[in-house]
Design a protein around this ligand. Structure first.
Ligand SMILES: C[S@@+](CC[C@H](N)C(=O)[O-])C[C@H]1O[C@@H](n2cnc3c(N)ncnc32)[C@H](O)[C@@H]1O
Length: 336
């Protein structure tokens, strides 16, 4: 077995699976963006396969991610790299895929790399989730957490908090550096004394941070996400972890929805999205905060730390600590 490190994940297997980390603004319209409930959610997926030079892998990941792809796997095939990625069928027409192929070609040409070969076909959601599930294993994070795939039997003995997950198509398996940094920061905030904190989790994805906060003793969490698939997944994971609907409120939307939901300012905010999204959200944090509110902000690449820090400062937040892992950083903030 070989071990590979990639832009997003490290898996101890020859086949490296990457759950897509950040749903960036997609180049495509998303027909289900404002749909509530599961009726119109994706069941069929495009599986896109790209054969490329290994040196082109990271560039291709970024392109696929900004296109809205949800899961990525890469495998070394001889001297080449085979990337597989997934996209809800409704999200792209054949013409869109042809455009993606053109972009990949242009990216490679501008980087002076050989042009990758791309092909695609439709698969069922079940095939997609079962293929990456095989490669996802329990993982200890920080001092307290054990992230545990929901389909595995529970360990007989552990002194860790077991956070059970079936992330489905949502982001948040705990494999990504930003999620780990946020869980460790939550542990620091809530893990060492009794707490009855109320938390807002913006961009909840699979619900991993919300559930983590509750396992550490938070009284209530408001979890929001603009992606209906993430909302569905967070609700499922809330049930898997036997958390009541009243204690973990999961809703479609963002900070505007939070403003409607909360009864009083929250004690803590977690927000692991992308720098450009966070910069837009920061001005709204005040409306859900009080003088003692703290925040855990991640999803920010090191080179994007300065504009995020500047925006925080402009809106009355102090960066208490800045943690880094790989290329990513996590801000622990409090009101000034
Ligand atoms: C990187 S994932 C984080 C998931 C999980 N909280 C974690 O830490 O692993 C970011 C999530 O933010 C959501 N998102 C993106 N823009 C958003 C916005 N403006 N408001 C709320 N959620 C957003 C995405 O749909 C995605 O599920």
């Amino acid at each position: 077995m070989s071990e590979r490190v990639s832009l997003f994940y490290l898996f101890p297997s020859a086949l490296t699976l990457h759950k897509t980390q950040h749903s960036r603004a997609s180049a495509l319209s998303r027909p289900y963006d404002n749909v509530r409930g599961a009726a119109k959610l994706a069941n069929s997926w495009w599986e896109i396969q790209i054969l490329c030079e290994p040196a082109n892998e990271e560039l291709i990941f970024w392109r696929l991610e900004s296109f809205g792809c949800r899961g990525m796997a890469s495998e070394i095939k001889g001297n080449s790299c085979l990337i597989r990625t997934y996209l809800p069928q409704e999200q792209a027409q054949l013409l869109d895929l042809a455009a993606l192929s053109l972009w990949l070609r242009q990216d490679a040409l501008s980087a002076g790399l050989p042009i990758p070969a791309m092909q695609w076909h439709i698969i069922d959601e079940e095939d997609w989730s079962s293929s990456w599930k095989k490669n996802w294993h329990p993982q200890e994070i920080g001092e307290r957490f054990l992230i545990y795939p929901a389909w595995l039997p529970l360990p007989e003995k552990t002194d860790r908090l077991i956070l059970r997950l079936d992330p489905g198509v949502a982001f948040g398996t705990g494999s990504h550096a930003t999620t780990q940094l946020c869980l460790e920061a939550l542990e620091m905030r809530l893990g060492y004394e009794k707490t009855d904190a109320v938390i807002a989790d913006i961009g909840c994805g699979s619900g991993i941070l919300s559930i983590g906060a509750i396992l550490l003793g938070a009284r209530k969490v408001y979890a929001v996400d603009t992606d209906p698939l993430a909302v569905r997944s967070a609700k499922q994971n809330r049930n898997i972890n036997k958390i009541s609907e009243k204690r973990m409120i999961v809703e479609l939307g963002s900070v505007e929805r939070l403003k409607e939901l909360i009864e009083e300012p929250v004690d803590g905010i977690t927000c692991n999205i992308l720098a450009e999204v966070i910069i837009d959200l920061i001005p709204h944090f005040q409306a859900i905060s009080k003088p003692t509110t703290w925040g855990i902000i991640s999803g920010v690449l090191l080179e994007q730390a300065k504009p995020v820090a500047d925006t925080l400062e402009q809106h009355g937040w102090i960066v208490a600590t800045l943690w880094r892992r790989q290329d990513w950083c996590c801000f622990n903030i409090r009101r000034s």
